[in-house]
Design a protein around this ligand. Structure first.
Ligand code: NAD
Ligand code: DAO
Ligand code: ZN
Ligand code: ZN
Length: 370
């Protein structure tokens, strides 16, 4: 079949919206009509060339929601008409990783996904002249129709709006999951969130859900304050307005250091501050931000010797097929909010405007509706 898609031709160039060929689903695969897709910082990171694993030409996009159109041979858990959210972290429920409760990093399709291919080692997308186009993070949601492995799809309730729940495909789950699944934050904890963007705001609402007593937000952009307060931030710190070292300021503000800190900036200097602002003896710092290629983190080892822990999380530690449908339920039951964070809705033809808005720090989440 043919489908309309925004194709990343090469790093540093805007996406090109065009018709492309899409082959039908093979063994264990599913054809999905994407109804809405969010533009995440990570798509921009890849497009800009900062991601060393970025492959071209490719159809980017890893945050979406849609409807199953056709299932390939052997697919048992989904049928045409089912509503689904694509998962860039699959959940096969049988690999060594899925069977270990300590991780969500299913490895079943990991190697082919990293090469922009389906599990049989080939791509379903090509240009109209036959040039192959690669998949991206196993999802390629910047295409109206896409093919994914069955294990890379979470089946969700049918009354949930696509243009909102698409955000659960990355940002919402990453932020809330970092608090609930990775940190396992307790009622009454004190926390600091660095970076109040599309991920950090969801960390904040995750902390509110967990019953945190103090939620300190740190950002260089004061325009982020109003939204962060709405989601539960109790204190705001702009590092540019703090005289002297930020670490002792934050330790003092949190009465000895935070129980949990979260980096949602991707800046390695911020990551160090986040670790050192943790409480001596038990504070845990969770890295969510993806740093530029080749970047390294550092601190004095004594910070760890004296009981602080440095950790990281991908997709908020969520097991997609199990946890994503629950997060959709939380949204539908009013336990979490999504709507105010979707600041812009665009047609596919304007997808590059969504990237421009993100660059300018003017959007929290721009969503493309097909
Ligand atoms: P964003 O651009 O919307 O937000 C980043 C925020 O950090 C902005 O508000 C910015 O003003 C602030 N900031 C930048 N430098 C700062 C500094 N030095 N001190 C304080 N604040 C600073 O980005 P986002 O969509 O929220 O993504 C955040 C990070 O999370 C990115 O690195 C992204 O790649 C990563 N990410 C990780 C995962 C994962 O699974 N681990 C998933 C999605 C995104
Ligand atoms: O090696 O098993 C693995 C998983 C590696 C990729 C995990 C994703 C990391 C977060 C990237 C940002 C997500 C949008
Ligand atoms: Zn993302
Ligand atoms: Zn697995």
């Amino acid at each position: 079949m043919r489908t309309k898609a925004a194709v990343a031709i090469e790093a540093g160039k805007p996406l090109e919206v065009m018709d492309v060929n899409l082959e039908g689903p093979k063994e264990g695969e599913v054809l999905v009509e994407i109804k809405a897709t969010g533009i995440c910082h990570t798509d921009e990171f890849t497009l800009s060339g900062a991601d060393p694993e970025g492959l071209f030409p490719a159809i980017l996009g890893h945050e979406g929601a849609g409807v199953v159109v056709e299932v390939g041979p052997g697919v048992k858990s989904l049928k045409p008409g089912d509503h689904v959210i694509p998962l860039y972290t699959a959940e096969c429920r049988e690999c060594e990783y899925c069977l270990n409760p300590k991780t969500n990093l299913c490895q079943k399709v990991r190697s082919t996904q990293g090469q922009g291919l389906m599990p049989d080692g080939t791509s379903r997308f090509s240009m109209l002249d036959g040039t192959p186009i690669l998949h991206y993070m196993g999802c390629s949601t910047f295409s109206n129709y896409t093919v994914l492995p069955e294990i890379s799809l979470a089946k969700v309730r049918e009354d949930a709006p696509f243009d909102k729940i698409c955000y659960i495909g990355c940002g919402v789950t990453t932020g809330i999951g970092a608090v609930l699944y990775t940190a396992k934050a307790e009622i009454g904890c004190r926390a600091i969130v660095f970076g109040l963007g599309g991920i950090g705001l969801n960390v904040i609402q995750g902390l509110r859900l967990a019953g945190a007593d103090q939620i300190v937000g740190v950002d260089l952009n004061p325009a982020k304050v109003e939204m962060a307060k709405r989601f539960g931030m109790t204190d705001f710190v702009n590092p540019a307005e703090v005289e002297g070292d930020l670490v002792p300021y934050l330790v003092n503000l949190t009465k000895g250091g935070a129980d949990y800190t979260f980096d949602a900036t991707g800046n390695v200097n911020v990551m160090r501050t986040a670790l050192e602002a943790c409480h001596k003896g038990w504070g845990e710092s969770i890295i969510i931000g993806v740093a530029p290629a080749g970047a390294e983190i550092s601190t004095r080892p004594f910070q760890l010797v004296t009981g602080r822990s440095w950790r990281g999380t991908a997709f908020g530690g969520a097991r997609g097929r199990t946890d994503v449908p629950k997060i959709v339920d939380w949204y539908m039951e009013g336990k979490i909010e999504i709507d105010p964070m979707i600041t812009h809705v665009l047609p596919l033809e304007d997808i590059n405007k969504g990237f421009d808005l993100m660059h300018a720090g003017k959007s929290i989440r721009a969503v493309v509706q097909y």
